[in-house]
Design a protein around this ligand. Structure first.
Ligand code: G1P
Length: 291
């Protein structure tokens, strides 16, 4: 069995929901207090043993490349000031030489297309995909939880979570065949179905472990929901010849691709951080009293 060593981070999205903030800044750099959402995803992947970090970027995303690199001016200034703590914080983010690869998705043709753009970097290994918009707070990294299931079952994995009927149209929805513990064998998948057409209320959350066979499916794919090349459509084709499992992960997920989700993640993290809790509670109490 081949180890999962590589992870794709599709980060080419325009982030229009966060305009004007994202006019000149990648949406993945939006922060939960002081940590960009992309850093959460990279840390999750690192904790799961990922060794190669493949970013599928686009125009206007160079801040991401700078983020994972040394900033010599900043380091020199922090050093001169003897600010060791901040120096450690900024250097911790830097990925090892050769560990990070950037490729571009020239046109916004969808998630499936973004993953396909990394095909030559993956070659014929199984790999992970992490969508930074889905922030998952958990004791054990969500991807690590999936890898542990993968080591027993192999095949392909997606993280899943139950959503309300009204929400099925926002997600890839699986058609479950059977469930053992937190692992669901999948027999079908559909991207963003209406509540009437949804085969279940199990939604795909942005964590995937895929066999490289997915590239053959992506190669010939026609556009699907929203006029985009959908990863879900490629997976639903691959399902016919390869096993797929949903992993009901242990953790809290925030949709940081939405304003409400980003706010909820900020409020939650503020309340849970020892250095922020008292101030956050005080502000929240005052606001509730006044409203
Ligand atoms: C993408 C996927 C969808 C998945 C979702 C999870 O949709 O296409 O299948 O359920 O991420 O967040 P997006 O949110 O990019 O529209």
């Amino acid at each position: 069995m081949k180890k999962i060593r590589k992870a794709i981070f599709p980060v080419a999205g325009l982030g229009t929901r966060f305009l004007p903030a994202t006019k000149s800044m990648p949406k993945e750099m939006l922060a939960i207090i002081d940590k960009p959402i992309i850093q959460y995803a990279v840390e999750e992947a690192k904790a799961a043993g990922i060794e190669e970090f493949i970013f599928v970027t686009g125009r206007g995303k160079s801040a991401l490349e700078d983020f994972f690199d040394y900033s010599y001016e900043l380091n020199a200034t922090l050093m001169r000031r003897g600010n060791k703590d901040d120096l450690e914080i900024v250097n911790q983010v830097v990925l090892d030489p050769g560990q990070v690869i950037y490729t571009r998705q020239q046109e916004p043709l969808g998630l499936g297309h973004a993953v396909w753009c990394a095909r030559h970097l993956i070659q014929d290994e199984p790999f992970a995909v992490l969508l930074a918009d889905d922030l998952i707070l958990s004791k054990k990294s969500c991807l690590q939880q999936m890898i542990e299931v993968y080591e027993k079952k192999q095949g392909n994995m997606v993280a899943v979570m139950e959503v309300s009927k009204e929400e099925t149209s926002q997600y890839g929805i699986i058609d479950p065949e059977s469930q053992t513990g937190n692992v669901i064998k999948i027999k079908g998948m559909v991207e963003k179905p209406t509540s009437q057409k949804a085969p279940s209320q199990w939604a795909v959350i942005g964590r995937y472990i895929l066999q490289s066979d997915i590239f053959q499916e992506l190669e010939n794919l026609k556009t699907g929901a929203g006029g985009e090349i959908q990863l879900t459509d490629a997976m639903s084709k691959l399902l016919k010849r390869s096993d797929f499992y949903g992993v009901e992960f242990d953790g809290r997920r925030f949709d940081c691709g939405s304003k409400q989700g980003l706010l909820a993640a900020n409020m939650t993290c503020a309340l849970e951080r020892p250095d922020m809790r008292t101030a956050a509670l005080k502000t929240m109490k005052e606001l509730i009293e006044k409203s």
